[in-house]
Design a protein around this ligand. Structure first.
Ligand SMILES: C[S@@+](CC[C@H](N)C(=O)[O-])C[C@H]1O[C@@H](n2cnc3c(N)ncnc32)[C@H](O)[C@@H]1O
Length: 346
């Protein structure tokens, strides 16, 4: 099936999974703004046709993608960067330069079974590698303020000052003894993003008690004061489940989930649906848009669609696209509970 523009595409799961064949750098131009991006592209390990032999140069390779994604995203967006520890290290400067803020690094621990039988300790010159990384980034939130892009932290304090108010009055605004000024108006690393209710109180206070001539305070457009709902959209979604740390113990794919041609895996880099689900559930809600710009066998999009998200994906290699699309179609009648029996946010 081809789209109007002649792009080979499959729209599955009642329109929740939109899989395209082609270069995602171009295709994503037409996709709706993402809440979650799953980036599982080149590792620099010759893992698939087109994956470079070495991670050197990955930063330059990825930069146009990171930049385009930042332009198409909003401060609600989370980006999960999958790689080896060194492909991530190479790519981190490009992520930062393109407008992505680092949050943390999660380790996929495949366990001892991944090395067992494959390692000759008499000749190996390093410890056996049984991990990959999934680095967590969020789209940097900035506000155009007097012609300059500034951080939320800076803007919050500058607006209070512009209103001619002493900073300690933020405590009165929020109805607390000292926590508001210390947490929300500080410029140091101990700054907290004010919850919507606290933001609303600070903004209302500034507009009521601040100098009349400068009103409105805390406005993006110079006309209306930012609402609680608008403020909520100024940082990436995140829901921290109980009992999950940044070490993800999960065996490498060996079960029937692994797509094979004969006895050989079709895609060396196929990711477990369980880990895709984790990234998606941590950073999005039902109805949100998930991008998978390096689709492979579309594990991220399948998980996203089963979890009620709208997935947009691309795979550049026609043969891989076909296998991925057939895979996605073959399980589209499954219900979320069939693949994810103990779904967290069902
Ligand atoms: C690491 S694999 C993804 C595996 C996938 N997560 C899965 O579970 O099956 C990366 C894939 O991205 C594809 N790719 C590389 N560059 C691309 C681009 N510019 N646009 C779309 N796909 C691309 C490769 O052909 C490869 O199949």
């Amino acid at each position: 099936m081809t789209d109007q523009k002649g792009v080979r595409a499959r729209h599955l799961y009642g329109g929740l999974a939109n899989l395209h064949q082609g270069n995602s750098l171009d295709l994503c131009e037409k996709w709706p703004a993402p809440v979650t991006i799953i980036c599982d592209g080149p590792y620099g390990v010759s893992g698939y046709d087109g994956d470079p032999e070495s991670p050197e140069g990955l930063s330059e390779w990825y930069f146009p993608f990171f930049k385009k994604w930042a332009e198409k995203s909003t401060p609600l967006t989370t980006l999960w960067f999958w790689g080896t520890e060194v492909s991530w290290a190479e790519s981190h400067p490009a992520l930062k330069a393109a407008g992505w803020d680092y949050v943390s690094c999660n380790i996929w621990n495949k366990g001892m079974a991944h090395a067992a039988g494959n390692v000759n300790t008499q000749i190996i010159r390093r410890l056996p590698v049984v991990s990959e990384v999934c680095a967590h980034y969020v789209r940097r939130a900035e506000i155009n303020y007097n012609g300059k892009n500034v951080s939320l932290k800076y803007w919050l304090r500058e607006e209070f000052r512009r209103a001619g108010l002493s900073l300690y009055l933020a405590n009165e605004a929020c109805g607390v003894v000292n926590a508001a000024t210390r947490k929300y108006l500080t410029q140091c690393h101990l700054w907290y993003f004010p919850p919507a209710e606290a933001f609303e109180r600070i903004a209302a206070y500034a507009n009521k008690h601040g100098a009349k001539e400068g009103r409105p305070y805390y406005s993006f457009n110079g006309e209306s004061v930012v609402t609680a709902e608008e403020w909520q959209c100024m940082r990436a979604k995140f829901k921290c489940p109980m009992g999950v740390t940044n070490v993800w113990d999960e065996p490498a794919l060996r079960s029937t989930e692994r797509i094979k041609a004969g006895s050989k895996a079709v895609h060396y880099n196929q990711k477990p649906l369980k880990l895709m689900r984790r990234c998606i559930e941590l950073s999005s809600e039902r109805g949100d848009v998930v991008w998978e710009p390096f689709g492979g066998l579309f594990s991220g999009s399948i998980a996203a669609a089963l979890l009620g998200r709208k997935a947009y994906a691309a795979e550049i290699t026609p043969e891989v696209f076909e296998v991925g699309a057939i895979r996605a179609k073959s399980i589209q009648d499954l219900k979320e509970g069939d693949l994810f029996p103990e779904s967290q946010d069902a």
